[in-house]
Design a binder for this molecule. Structure first.
Ligand code: ZN
Length: 535
């Protein structure tokens, strides 16, 4: 196995600089309006979330958990800093630096298939093996909820319920205790069914119950995102978001959800690719985070999410968007404000707006739920995810961003109340925010997807670079450029066109010199946040 050369392992000062990219923040949430039962349930849920931190370490690398235990025993200044930075990444590879090792005696880079596949397995071997499987076996092997292990010289799929039995049993027990404590029927139902799913490996019923969850405690816990499976994008990482609903904001944003079908009907794509009937329910929740864990608590922090990923549930029930408002506020204050001060001209800086930032993240999440999901190729029913494979995450993130801009412009043009400078604020805030995403690096789906958008929009004249190193929006060209790119990405997904996705990412998903100069100028600005209450 390739080990990191000792020379590239950061020393104490270098490691401190790496950690300093995460601005320490204290997350606030209001527990005062919770019922007595919910107050009893909350610490149980945080405990369950903590179990998933350890389970996620197992998913990342076979030796990760043992390494975490070892680091906790090292009380030297270097040892403490290594533990701190390990905690920010939940492993020995730096998310912000292309997953390269920052500790000695570990693989030089995070394994592409994490610990979801045998470390010596090639893509070709997996594909040859699955081609020979019957339908149910193949579904398990390519599905979200199994790991692939060696059996003799061959391969076998092991269900999560079996692979992680001890942790899942513990987490299920805590979910049942929380279910017994809460008075809210929909929360009780979700927690009970999710505890069942941890043991049965069948997540369908609990995903449906999560869609119907309507409670002051908004809980997301389980295996969800596939970003860590860089081989195929099939396997889901365990994570939890323990949050409290912000009632006022949730009500304000209902207008967006109520107009989603109208936006779908007007997407700039061949009408045959539009979905005439979106899933009936598309709830949006605005929440404040109490505790996040596992795949939801390493590297760049999630500001919003759109789940579930199971296309059967999305097709039948739609999907739910959860906006983490206190996370977004923390990012806006500690990251975006100082970035805007460097990449925008003086006049444009006045158009930087938290509301625009917040509404675009909302529109991004809504956009994951529209556009092509169940597609037809020749005589085969499939999904963009299955067809675009490892390129899907970056394409889907770019699609959500750009379709989100299209959506907001559409709503501005068709009756949604907005201030006189809302358009200027939207595109200017998006431009500044692009640099925030690009700093995540091109190995990360959001960063790669943003490079694609930024270069495309610049080529079309929507963004302009200036000799003084600042950038601006050309308001005469940006709307057309956004529409064109939305068309390209939606069409690509509808046609499951892997070759086209590859070509677009090769052409535009790159860092060009002007962008690199701007990124170099942002050294010292925090890249993301470090919620100190989760340490
Ligand atoms: Zn997204």
């Amino acid at each position: 196995m390739l080990m990191a050369a000792a020379a590239v392992i950061p020393n104490l000062n270098e490691l401190k600089q790496m950690s300093a990219r995460f601005a320490p923040v204290t997350l606030h949430s209001d527990e005062s309006r919770l019922s007595p039962g919910d107050r009893k349930a909350l610490p149980k849920l945080v405990e369950a979330a903590k179990v998933l931190n350890l389970l996620f370490m197992d998913q990342l690398w076979s030796e990760d958990r043992a390494l975490y235990e070892k680091l906790q025993k090292d009380t030297t200044p270097l040892g403490k800093e290594r533990l701190h930075y390990f905690w920010l990444n939940k492993g020995p590879w730096s998310d912000l630096d292309g997953h390269v090792a920052f500790l000695p005696d570990v693989p030089a880079r995070k394994p592409m298939g994490a610990n979801f596949y045998p470390i010596d397995m090639s893509k070709e071997e997996f594909e040859a093996w699955t081609r020979g499987l019957g339908k149910p076996e193949r579904e398990l092997a390519e599905g979200f909820f199994s790991v692939i292990r060696r059996e003799g010289k061959g391969l076998k799929a092991v269900a999560y319920s079996e692979a992680y039995a001890a942790d899942l049993k513990k987490a299920a027990g805590l979910l049942r205790e929380a279910a017994a404590a809460t008075e809210n029927a929909s929360l009780k139902k979700f927690l009970t069914l999710r505890a069942d799913a941890f043991l049965s490996n069948d997540y369908y019923a609990s995903d449906v119950a999560w869609m119907d969850l309507d409670a002051p405690l908004e809980i997301t816990i389980g295996p969800y995102e596939t970003y860590n499976d860089e081989l195929f994008g099939y396997k889901a990482g365990f994570e939890a978001y323990i949050t409290i609903r912000d009632e006022g904001e949730t009500n304000r944003l209902k207008e967006f959800a109520s107009r989603l079908q109208e936006v779908e009907n007007n997407l700039p794509v061949d009408p045959k690719y539009r979905n005439p009937k979106l899933g009936a329910s598309a709830p949006i929740r605005v929440v404040n985070e109490v505790y996040a864990s596992g795949d939801g608590a390493h590297g760049v922090r999630t500001a919003a999410f759109n789940l579930p990923n199971d296309e059967r549930v999305v097709h039948e029930k739609g999907s739910k968007r959860v906006m983490l408002k206190n996370i977004q506020e923390a990012k806006f204050e500690t990251n975006l404000k100082p970035i805007a001060a460097r990449v925008l001209g003086r006049d444009a800086q006045a158009d930087l707006s938290f509301d625009a930032f917040f509404e675009h993240i909302l529109a991004h999440e809504l956009s994951h739920g529209i556009g092509p999901h169940q597609i037809q190729l020749a005589s085969r029913a499939t999904t963009p995810r299955q067809e675009l494979k490892e390129l899907y995450s970056a394409i889907e993130e770019a699609k959500a961003d750009i379709t989100g801009l299209f959506m907001l412009q559409y709503l501005f043009d068709h009756g949604m109340q907005h201030g006189a400078s809302a358009e200027r604020q939207l595109y200017t805030t998006f431009l500044a925010s692009a640099f925030r995403s690009l700093r995540f690096g091109l190995t990360e789906a959001h960063g790669k997807g943003m490079a694609l958008q930024f270069n495309y929009l610049t080529e079309k004249g929507g963004f302009a670079a200036h000799p003084d190193g600042t950038f601006s929006v050309d308001f005469s060209k940006i709307k057309g450029a956004v529409r064109d790119l939305t068309h390209e990405l939606l069409t690509l997904e509808a046609e499951g066109d892997y070759a086209r996705a590859k070509k677009m990412l090769d052409q535009w998903g790159v860092v060009r010199p002007e962008m690199q100069r701007a990124l170099d100028g942002l050294k010292g600005v925090p890249t993301d946040i470090d919620p100190v209450n989760e340490r």
